[in-house]
Write a protein that binds this ligand. Structure first.
Ligand code: ADP
Ligand code: ASP
Ligand code: MG
Length: 403
């Protein structure tokens, strides 16, 4: 007998038919003499609809109340799914984040899981129940509801699998697995049979939202047996695991992220401590900075440009302007119409030609690069948002990642 955690995303439970489809799949696993813990997301576009509802009331909602609101989406799907399983004649119980002891920090809308007290789940499993848990939500030390960030149900599932020492964690979604690029954007993108934790983590962090990036972090840390597959067919999915074989692909996949804005500080004084001032101010305001580029100094002046998420652009500019005299710059330029396109592959560490091949693909497609950043297993470029899709397609063709 195995303990299996299965996670079903929003599209997999979007309507009555899908809920029963999922219920049947769960029952199939249960009938094979397994203990089953299920994590579900909110149905279809429910979370987006709730965000819109809040926007009708205020443009500046309290983060605590926002989490209170958004967590309701998952509560609908867990109860409906439990009812569907009952209707099919099997025992199931739905539980919210707090009922399963999903303890998080207090960073509303992007909370991290601290600890899971899985006693309740274990008790329900002993009673032979199929346990259905609300994804995306937890509880903080004030007993307030928190959420884990968009796409966070994947992380709920993997964290539960780790806490319960599950034999397997299956992420069911609306595509057959992890592809070389978003299959909805790149025609002919190829499904991967296996991907390493490190590569998946980079792809997810660079915008491949098929898995929440923190779910991959947790899976790597606790060595969770993880796979991604479709809830709509029985095709074999993608296994995400520690890969040791030496035969690593140069480029495993391409991701793009449209949630990027560029900020440039022009004509800053070229002297020690300036970068520290800029980025410590942003860090204090909890603004994450991604790619940073500094120009060569000229006549004691230089420029520093960097990227932040779109939602942080205004706040960052406001903070920098408030400190204009302390930092000492001339003006700020912003561009919210950019995208980050990244290639990821564990085999690129020792292959200096990879970046230039990527640039060649972009050059052939007539796409201008604004910024570049590299790490051991990744190269990212900033391009105009309107070129993102074309860039991903061109790179896929160059590296033979699409049929
Ligand atoms: P769920 O609701 O099941 O969590 P998501 O929409 O969060 O589903 O994630 C699945 C989507 O991720 C797919 O429909 C696909 O468009 C997108 N995606 C982006 N990059 C990739 C990739 N490399 N491989 C597979 N899917 C990807
Ligand atoms: N419902 C949440 C969202 O839409 C969490 C998830 O789907 O994983 O972001
Ligand atoms: Mg998702």
């Amino acid at each position: 007998m195995s303990l299996i955690v299965q996670k079903f995303g929003g599209s997999s439970v979007a309507n009555k038919e899908r809920v029963f489809n999922v219920a049947n799949r769960i029952i199939e696993t249960y009938k094979n003499n397994n203990s089953v813990v299920v994590v579900v997301s909110a149905q279809g576009d429910t979370t987006d609809d709730l965000i819109e509802k809040a926007a009708e009331i205020t443009s500046n909602p309290s983060k605590r109340e926002m989490d209170m609101l958004l967590s309701t989406g998952e509560q609908i799907s867990i109860s409906l799914l439990a009812m569907a399983i009952h209707e099919l004649g099997y025992p199931a119980i739905s539980l919210t984040g707090w009922q399963v002891g999903m303890n998080t920090d207090s960073n509303y809308s992007n909370a991290r899981i601290h600890k899971i007290n899985a006693d309740r789940i274990k008790k329900e499993l002993e009673h032979k129940n199929i346990v259905i848990v609300a994804g995306f939500q937890g509880i903080n030390k004030y007993e307030d509801i928190t959420t884990l960030g968009r796409g966070g149900s994947d992380t709920s599932a993997v964290a539960l699998a780790a806490a319960l020492h599950a034999d397997l964690c299956e992420i069911y979604t609306d595509v057959d697995g992890v592809y070389t690029a978003d299959p909805r954007i790149v025609k002919g993108a190829k499904k991967l049979d296996v991907i390493s934790f490190d590569e998946m983590l980079e792809l997810a962090s660079m915008g491949a939202n098929v898995l929440h990036n923190r779910s991959v972090e947790v899976a790597k840390k606790y060595n969770v047996n993880l796979c991604v597959r479709s809830s709509l067919n029985k095709n074999e999915g993608t296994v995400v695991k520690e890969v040791n074989d030496m035969e690593k692909m140069l480029v495993k996949g391409v991701a793009h992220d449209l949630d990027v804005a560029r900020i440039a500080l022009c004509d800053i004084e070229d002297k020690p401590g300036v970068a520290f001032k800029v980025f410590s101010l942003l860090a204090k305001a909890k603004i994450n900075v991604d790619i940073i580029l500094q120009s060569i100094g000229r006549e004691n002046k230089k420029d520093i440009s960097f990227t932040v998420s779109k939602s942080n652009m205004e706040k960052a500019v406001e903070i920098l302007n408030q400190n204009k005299d302390v930092i000492g710059f001339d003006n700020i330029k912003t561009n919210g119409e950019v995208a980050k396109v990244s290639i990821v592959g564990a085999g690129m560490v020792n292959n200096p030609g990879v970046a230039s091949m990527m640039f060649e693909a972009l050059s052939e497609a007539g796409i201008n690069i604004h910024m570049i950043s590299t790490s051991e297993i990744k190269v990212s470029v900033l391009v105009n948002a309107k070129n993102a899709q074309k860039a991903v397609q061109a790179i896929c063709e160059k590296f033979n990642l699409a049929d």
